[in-house]
Structure formats: structure tokens, C-alpha cells
Design a protein. Structure first.
Lengths: 660, 660
């Protein structure tokens, strides 16, 4: 590894940013007041009618506080880790002595379950003692370690308490003793990437380069030949934890966990989508910290492939439930989609890391697209139900009766046996402050327009207070009020969102100001700033019809409605059934109307369209007849995608046929 | 069972009908000269690069002529039976001493493999001796028996040779000894329906009512409670031949094999589609022969549900590859479709049996739809490759790279490990003559317009010769020349196909004749017929756009092109890619043009349409942008669906977007 670590474009730590936003406060407080407590109940198997998690039980057994058997997935520990990480972010923003005490006790439990040499994994401790590190292909030991390291870092940053951090340093040291290219060490890596990005975080708070080096090792080793998973499988006797008898070679599915090629040779997003984006995130981290150009080139190619050819308009990724995976370029079916919540959260992680390398609006645009659509849409308005799969088209009867769509739930579910998504959602929503700004030398970049109060240290010297007041996503206005001890020259860069038609308006202290340039999608405002200066960013927020690339066959002849960052959809509750009978008039005016009475407040969009003759008007029983379509004009009612499915079960569609 | 068996509306036996048709001769001779010999090679594992069948080997081992292990599916015997049945039909039309000798030797082999008590099944004889009838749920013993009975009946009818027929009577007698409601017998039935319709055929040639009673027993018993398969599974120790360890109860999937309800209570086509239509065929047979009104009512409901709500425009049935099954009403996806060839063949069987109960054109219309589209389309033009799944929309890259479409092959395959379809195809094409006419008292019904020479015995007395000359499917003309020893009054009923706009023209001896009535979709011509009378039936054959019921969501906004009985499709080879970029102009004229040079002769249809801006014209790398569609006029080239995929691998689509 190069010794010349690059200077970091800072992300701001959470205690420098306090969210205070008309729109997002709801989500932040929902996470704090509902999701975190609810998930705590879930982790303790106390949610009625939901599949039990077993996570706390497993830790108690491993800690010797209970007897019993291990239950749950092999990676069940990570649910507790993700919950704890979310708690840390929440505490950092909103101190809460009771919650902190629960977290402290949980940490005590975790540390009790840790083995004397630093190893921690309740599955192996309870169920397979003595078999550690014999099935990295399936068993997620390093994945779980990574999540616990992330939790430890976050908890340390939130509270200053080192107990879990120290424990995870011991674990990381143990991992370093076990893994590596050196003679006598296990030359392997995990079947599910995660440890890599976690070790970068551990490096960041501890400043210990050994953790960065370990992350580099895992990234560099992945995909080398001979195939580690193949050799491990042979050593193990070709067994699997999921099936009796001998199993096929892992080398047949190396694409699944992105070990098919050395990472620097990968240019197409492929395989299990969460594994992919977690790996890309670490690759971007390491490219930034080590200046590895080849790694950066791979990141850019993977980013371009994924966001230009394999991303849904909602920010969803992963077209197939088989392996929860990418399929291939432009294959984006709306109805058999996977688009796992966790995958889009990982996409946001990756975008954030790319943004720390280069301030280009495409990265923040994707963060915004995913946040406002798929991510918050995956949660019910009451914060108690979640989508794991986020479809763009739902026909509830097909979800119930066509096995190819069983994975597409027509309503959000309470909790999942494989419950990766809800705690992942909690941790991203409670760390929202990390995504708003970055700094460079003499420059503050504003990526997201989210009401907040921040204190930014510029060039390690100057304190700049930024109070942002926003009306997104309902209105296209954001203003930033600066606090400065004394006038100071620096650059403020404001993202020009892709949806504002390149027509933003800048006001400084209420006066129109054109003295800025556009660079990589940001308005670059260079100026001597004075305490109390107010920057207002007016972003045209017209509702538009959107079309998809002609190579995305599933959207041919269809349009989506978007206004600002929000993608819209039509629901059966507003438009009747079947939704497929509806078409948009291509010349439609889109009527935008705030409606405070439904969905906890929304902005509806009404479009001119048509409804094909319904079943009642279809005279014969025959399913096919000569072409004689009849359609009547109808006003289509669209609501933001993120709010769908909160008014009972029914059909939903994002892409609507256009009548030209 | 009622003792009052009803008089049968006759089907004609094959030696009364000789196909001689410009269109069908090709298929009949392809089956005779290519498919039957090719399949014989396949059954003997002599086709290079194709999965071996093992069928003959298994019989040789069971007959004690070889040693070795059983290979292939548990129902591998049935492939040989279906081949033999096809051979019988072929011999009946075209005597062939060499082929007959091969068949005779095969029958010798089969009889050698039969056990002394009449039992015949090579899987149980070789692999699980002593375990007969312990796993009817999975092991297809009665299914294989049924196919061998069908072969025996056909071979007897073709050649008059009784060896296999007698052997199968012994087998049926053995089955009767084993199964039944009587104390001490096994009160069960097969996991895959087939024996029921076969026993009806055995009754027909032997006139032995015991076989009809046994068929009734199997039909009546199915779906009764307690659940036979559940009890059998418990007796067996809850095992499966497909998995080690204990398996879930069969009662969880009783829909799959239609044992979820007594058959008379079933009104929706559900579960494995081949099982379903084989059962409905037997139900219709028994309803006709026993006058069971409840059974007939169930048949009518099932027919209506299946053909009005669950049938593709090509005559395909079964929307999902999960369980090769029906899904639910109006769920007819074009791309993830199953539409197994065998299922449509079974649909034709069912339609034929309904036609013997009541002369209604809807039954023959479906036979014609399935024959001219899915059935002949499942075979390559050279008769050597076959589709098992018959999609209405193909994107080859999706078939290769999206696991949800792996089952949809973009090209016909040589042979299948589970090779039910090719021999089923051979037997229906070589027995085509059975579907053209039926007789009733004083009446001859003409259902299909296929060139042929027939001798029909009317009212058990009068011989009527019918020479049919047809130009379908390319031109809408059929003529029938009658031969009669002396003038005779009777009714000739000609089907009015659904596609002729209700505007057929009748000529008798070249003169326009309006003196007929329409009854249940047939033109009823009552007349004193004289030797040499010629009836000409002119059927308008305009090309039309077809629309689907608005409840079939996958076809919303789309049209198919049909001309006469032929459904058309667009292929990449004629229209470029992506096909989804194409749209039809709703007001298009459809230009019909014969083209002798491609596809061994076809009639192309050219339509006015548009092509959306292609990928090259899509300026940015972004997958989504503001609605600004551009499309250029283009002439769409359509070819008959049955001919698709014979000019290399490419995209194909039946349903095309309409630009209104």
C-alpha cells in the first residue's frame, strides 16, 4: 500500500449537523420514536405475529447467560449491530439517557459474548464451535464483524464510549492475525462484502493504518486465482450449511459474490446487488485514501454501468429476485423487479464515497433519487412495516397467485426472518446529516437540500455556521444562512439538481445574483462571506413526464411522472382497476395540487388521460376480438411513489402508457 | 355408474380419413420421415449432443436383456409409448413395413419387460422392486400405464395386431385388482392424470365396461377426503424420490395435481396444466358416455374458464413455469409465459371430446387456434428441434441472463431430458384426421378445413365419400366433393370460423347458395345430396388487428395481427432491435403478400408503424429524461407465429404497441 495517504474531502460528522426539516423531521423522529423501539422489540422477539428474530437470545446464549440453541440466519448478529449503529446516530443527534442505557447494556452483552481471543460470532460460538473460518463462502463471519465494527465506530463517535470500539479493535486484530497473504495465514475473504468498508471506518477513528491495510488486503485478494472459495469448499468436504450431502462448487457462482474477477478488472455491476454496492463503497474509500488510480477507474466504470444501465427511476437496483441480483444492462422489469431496500442504501453509500473523491452532481443526484423514492418508500407511514422488495408495478393478485411474483409483496411486512432492510433503513435515516455537505480546501459543497443547522470547520481553521431552511420535496426552495466570526473568502458550491431544467435562481441576501459558474453540476459561488449572509436557491419544480431509454424495453411507450426529486405513481385507490387500462395523453398538462388530508399531507398530480373500455364494456366472453378500442377521457390521479401502499392493498404503477 | 351408456357422436377412425393437403402434408410427412425416425434415435440415445433418453435401455434392462441401472425421469417409459402411438397413427395412414417391424420388435421388448401379473413399469422393476404403488403422488405408474394403453389401442387400430393390446388389457386388469373403493383395494389414483382417458379408449376397442368403470372410479375418487396422497405419504414415511429426508405433505400442493376438490366441484383451471387438460378430457369422455350432467357442467365451467380467461391468443395455456401451471384469471404474461406444447395438445384433446358432446364452433375454433399457432410452431421447420415453452415475446439476452426467464428458450432445442413434448407433437400431427369430422344422426359435421379424403358411414348405413380440397391457412377456401352410391338426404354442417367475420359464402356446385341456417357456429345445410355434389366454402380472410380483454393487463395498449387462423409476430431479423421500440399505427392498412422465398413459403403482412428514437438517437448516457419522444414511420414486417425462430436467434413479439 502506498504510504502517501491522500488528504480527505471531509464528510461532516453527525454532531456537526443537526437535521431540522419540515419533511425529514418526520422520518428522523419516526426512526427515533418508533423504528428503533420497534426493532428493539423485534430483536427481543416481542412483536406479536411477526417472525422472531432470535438475535438477542443468540447473544445471551453465547455470553453464557442462557442455554439453548442458535436460531435465525447465520448472519443474525448483524441485525443487532445495525440497530446499535442506528441508535448511535440517533443519540448523537438526540441524547436519550434511557436509550443510551439500553445500548450500554447491549454492548455489555455483546462484549460478554466475545471470545477471549477477540472473536465474536454467536452462530459459530453456539452452533459450530471449533469450525470458525471454515465456510467464509456462506457463513458471513466477516460480514457480521464488519457491521459490529460500524456500530462500534458510530457509538464511539456518538458517546465517546470506547468499550465496544476497543472490543472491535481486538476482533479486528484477531482477524488480521488470521487473514492475509503471509505464509501461515488464511488467504481468504468473506462471501458477503462488508468488513472492507467497516475497516476503513475503524481506521478513520483509530488512525491505525493496519486496519486500512487489512481492508486493502480483502479488496485486493478478492477474485484472485486459485479461487479461495473453491479451495475452502474442498477443504470443508464440499458441504453446505443449507443442504445435506455434497454441493456444487462455489466457483460456479462466483459472480454472485463478485469474486469472479479481481475487483480492478470488474466493469459491470453483477451478482448479488447488496454485496456489490458494499464492495464498491469500500473500493471508492480505498481509491480515495490510497490514490489507487486503477481502483478509481473500476469504481467509475461500475458506477456508470450501474446508474446508467441498471438503475430504476426510483433509485432501485437489482432486477431479479434470483440471487437478489443484477441481471444485465437495460433489463429493468417493473413487476418482477427486486430492487431491495438495502441495495439502494448501499448505492447511497457508494455515491457518498464517490462524492468524497470528486464533487460531481451525478453522485448526489442518485443519493437524492434513492432517498426520496425507494428508501423512504420502503417504510410505512407509521414506521412499523417495511418493503424488502420495492416494485414499480403491483397487481396484488399476481403477487398472491403467480409464483414468479411471490417475492413482490403488495403490502409492507411487519418484520422479516431475514431482516436486513429495516435496521439498514434506520441507520441511514438517522445519519442523514452525513450526506448534506462536504468540504474541500477553501470550499463548502452543499449536496442535499435538507433543513439543518451545521457547524463546518473550513481548512481546519475557520468555523462556518450554516443554517439551511428547505421546502423540498414539495417546493423548490432552499436557503442557507451563514454565521461567521469575521468576513471570509471561500467558495460555496450548490448542487444544481438534474430535475430543475438547469434553471436555478440564486439570490444572495434577497437579491438576484448571477455571478457564479457551473462546474460538474454545482454552482460555484466565490465571495467574501459575512456573518448573516443568506443564500437562497430557487429550483424550478415543474411536474414532467419522463421517458426511459429505448433500450429499457419494459418502459417502451410509457412515461413516468416526476416533480422535483419525487417520482410519482398511480394507485388503484385513486384510479380504479385495472391500472393497465389507463393511458396518459402525451400533451397533458400536469395539475399540481397540495392535499393536506391524505397520506399525512401530499402533493397530488392530476394528468389528462384515458381509460380503455372496461371489462363491463367488453361485450363478449371472448378474450380476443377485432381491434375496436374505445377509451374515455379521464383525469389520472398520481401520488408520490414513496407514499404508495398506505391506503390499503391495490394496484400501483409508476410507468403509465402514453397515448400519442 | 349408469348402465345407460349414451350413443356416441362418432369420431372417425384414422383409416377413414386420409390427409392430403398442401399445407399439412408437410407436417404429416415431417412426422413420418423425420420426427419419428429422429425420435427413435433419441429413444435409443443415438442423437449426438442431445441429452440421452435412456428409454429403450430401461426396457431392455427390465426385460432382462441387459444389466445396468435405471436412468431418466420416473416417467421415461411414456416417451416410448407416445412414440409408438405416433407410429401407429402413421402406419394407419402410410403403411411402412420397416417401421412396422421396428414397432413390432419394440412391442416384443415391452411385453418382455412386463411382469407376470401384468404390471409394467421399468422404473419400479429395475430400481424399486417391491415398492409398486407406494408413491402414486410422484411416480407416474398409472400415467405410464395410460400412455402404453393409448399406444396399444392405436397400434391395434392401425395394424389389427393384438399383442400389445392384450398385454395392456392384462395390465389394466391388474390395475383393477389393485385399485378401487372395495375393501382391501388401494383407494387411490395417480399423481398425473392420463390413465383415465386411456381406459376410455381401451373400453372403446374392447367394449369391456370394466375399463370404463375403472376410469369412472379414478375420476370420481380424485379430490375426495381423506386425502389419498396425504395418507400414502404417511405410509411411505413422508419420503420423496426427489429429496432426502422428510418432505412437506402433498396436501399442501393438492392444487398442483387437481386433487384439491372432487372434480365435479372444480370450476377454475388450476395447477399443472397438462395434468388438468388430460383430466378434463377424461371427464368429458365420461360425461358423454355416462350422461353424467354434473360432470358435464364441470367440464363446461372448466372449458369456459380456461379458454375465456386463461388462454393465450396462440392457444397456449399455463402462465407460469413454477409447476408448469395455470396461475389465475387474465394473468397472461407474454415473456415469462409457460404455454407448454403438451398442454395445448391436451387442450385439443379436451376440445375434441367436448365437440363429441355438442357441435359448437367454440371447441373447433380452439382446436384450430392451437394447431395453427402453438402446436406446429413448437417444431422447427426441419422437424428436429422443439419448443417446450412457447413464448409470445422473446428477448434472447433475457432468456440467457435473467433467471426468471431461463425457462423461455430463444431457440428450439434438440431434445429434452424431460421429453414429453416432441413425441406428443408427433402423435397429434399423425392423427390429424381424427379432428376433421364428426357424425350425428343424419348429419356430418365438418370442423376443420384440411385437405383429405374420407369415407364416412352415416347412420350406420350410408357410405359418404368426402374429398376436401383446402387452401388454408393462406387462402380462405375449402371445397368438399361428395361421393354417394345414390342420392340421399342428410345434413352437412360446416363450421363458420370465428375469424371470417360471420361472412362466409357458400357455393353448391359452383352456385351461390343461401339456403342454410347458422346453429352454434355451424352452417346447417339440409339437402338431398347427389354423387359429385361439390360444396365450396369461401371464408373471408382479411388481416386484422386484434385486441385483448382489458383485464389481460399484459396486452393493454397492444394489438396482435391475425389473418385467418394464423396469429402473426414480428421478428428482429425483419424489424431490427429493440422490438419494443416499434408501434403500430391503429389505422394501419395491413398489406398481405405471399413470399415463397422465405421460411419455406409464407404470407407476410406489412403494417404501417413507427420506430421510436433508437439508442443512437438517445443523446445522453442517462437512462431517464424529460418526455420528448421522437419516432419515425416504418413499415413493420410480420410473419406467422408458427414460423418464428427459423432464421437465427433474435427478438420476437406477438403483441405490438399501438400508437393511437
Amino acid at each position: 500500500m502506498s504510504n502517501t495517504l491522500l488528504p480527505e474531502k471531509h464528510k461532516l460528522s453527525l454532531n456537526q449537523v443537526q437535521i431540522n426539516d419540515d419533511f425529514w423531521n418526520h422520518y428522523v423522529s419516526l426512526v427515533r420514536n418508533t423504528v428503533i423501539p420497534y426493532q428493539w422489540e423485534a430483536l427481543n422477539d416481542r412483536v406479536p405475529d411477526a417472525e422472531p428474530s432470535h438475535a438477542i437470545h443468540n447473544f445471551r446464549i453465547a455470553a453464557g447467560l442462557e442455554t439453548g440453541e442458535y436460531h435465525g440466519w447465520v448472519f443474525q448478529d448483524s441485525d443487532l449491530a445495525k440497530w446499535l449503529e442506528a441508535v448511535a446516530y440517533s443519540l448523537q443527534q438526540y441524547p436519550d439517557a434511557t436509550l443510551e442505557q439500553t445500548a450500554d447494556e447491549t454492548i455489555d452483552l455483546i462484549v460478554q459474548a466475545q471470545q477471549s481471543d477477540g472473536y465474536l460470532n454467536t452462530y459459530y460460538t453456539i452452533k459450530e464451535p471449533g469450525k470458525r473460518w471454515t465456510n467464509l463462502y456462506e457463513c458471513h463471519e466477516l460480514y457480521c464483524a464488519g457491521h459490529m465494527i460500524e456500530a462500534a465506530v458510530a457509538y464511539f463517535e456518538a458517546t465517546g464510549k470506547r468499550k465496544l470500539l476497543d472490543a472491535m479493535c481486538r476482533f479486528a486484530d484477531h482477524i488480521q492475525d488470521v487473514f492475509g497473504p503471509q505464509e501461515g495465514k488464511l488467504r481468504g475473504y468473506d462471501g458477503h462484502q462488508e468488513i472492507e468498508l467497516a475497516l476503513v471506518k475503524l481506521y478513520k477513528v483509530t488512525k491505525q493504518e493496519k486496519y486500512l491495510q487489512l481492508a486493502c488486503y480483502f479488496i485486493d485478494e478478492r477474485g484472485q486465482r486459485p479461487d479461495f472459495f473453491e479451495e475452502e469448499w474442498e477443504r470443508r468436504g464440499k458441504t453446505s450449511i443449507y443442504r445435506a450431502g455434497q454441493t456444487p462448487s462455489p466457483s460456479l457462482s462466483s459472480i454472485y459474490n463478485q469474486s469472479h474477477l479481481p475487483v480492478r478488472e470488474q466493469d459491470t455491476a453483477i451478482g448479488h446487488s447488496v454485496r456489490a454496492v458494499y464492495m464498491y463503497t469500500a473500493m471508492a474509500d480505498l481509491a480515495r485514501l490510497t490514490g489507487d488510480e486503477k481502483l478509481l477507474t473500476a469504481c467509475k466504470k461500475l458506477w456508470a454501468n450501474m446508474t446508467q444501465k441498471q438503475m430504476y427511476i426510483t433509485g432501485g437496483i437489482g432486477s431479479t429476485h434470483h440471487g437478489e441480483a443484477f441481471s444485465f444492462d437495460y433489463d429493468l422489469p417493473n413487476d418482477t423487479v427486486y430492487a431491495e431496500t438495502c441495495a439502494s442504501i448501499g448505492l447511497v453509500f457508494f455515491a457518498q464515497r464517490m462524492l468524497r473523491i470528486e464533487t460531481r452532481s451525478e453522485y448526489a443526484d442518485v443519493i437524492e433519487r434513492a432517498l426520496y423514492n425507494i428508501i423512504i418508500g420502503s417504510m410505512s407511514q407509521d414506521g412499523k412495516r417495511f418493503f424488502y422488495v420495492n416494485p414499480l408495478e403491483v397487481w396484488p393478485q399476481a403477487s398472491a397467485s403467480n409464483p414468479g411474483k411471490y417475492h413482490v409483496k403488495a403490502e409492507r411486512q411487519k418484520w422479516f426472518g431475514c431482516a436486513c432492510c429495516p435496521p439498514n433503513l434506520a441507520r441511514i435515516l438517522s445519519s442523514l446529516g452525513e450526506y448534506i455537505y462536504t468540504t474541500e480546501a477553501g470550499r463548502i459543497n452543499c449536496h442535499l437540500f435538507i433543513g439543518s443547522e451545521s457547524t463546518i470547520t473550513l481548512d481546519d481553521a475557520v468555523q462556518v455556521g450554516l443554517k439551511q431552511v428547505c421546502s423540498l420535496p414539495w417546493k423548490g426552495e432552499a436557503s442557507l444562512e451563514l454565521s461567521l466570526a469575521q468576513p471570509r473568502s471561500f467558495t460555496l458550491a450548490l448542487r444544481v439538481p438534474y430535475w430543475c431544467d438547469g434553471q436555478p435562481q440564486l439570490l444572495i441576501n434577497g437579491e438576484k445574483e448571477d455571478a457564479y459558474t457551473i462546474e460538474n453540476g454545482y454552482a460555484i459561488i466565490e465571495r467574501i462571506w459575512t456573518d448573516g449572509d443568506t443564500v437562497t436557491w430557487l429550483l424550478p419544480m415543474e411536474a414532467h413526464l419522463i421517458q426511459a431509454s429505448p433500450l429499457i424495453r419494459s418502459n417502451a411507450g410509457k412515461a413516468a411522472i416526476q416533480r422535483g426529486p419525487l417520482v410519482y405513481c398511480v394507485e388503484q385507490v385513486d384510479n380504479g382497476t385495472p391500472l393497465a387500462s389507463l393511458s396518459l395523453q402525451s400533451s397533458t398538462k400536469l395539475k399540481v395540487e397540495a392535499d393536506a388530508d391524505v397520506l399525512g399531507g401530499t402533493v397530488r398530480i392530476e394528468a389528462e388521460g384515458f381509460r380503455d373500455a372496461t371489462a363491463e364494456a367488453w361485450a363478449s366472453a371472448e378474450p380476443y376480438r377485432r381491434w375496436a378500442p374505445t377509451a374515455e377521457p379521464v383525469a389520472l390521479q398520481a401520488v408520490p411513489y414513496f407514499q404508495w401502499g398506505n391506503r390499503g392493498v391495490g394496484e400501483m404503477a409508476v410507468w403509465i402508457r402514453v397515448r400519442q
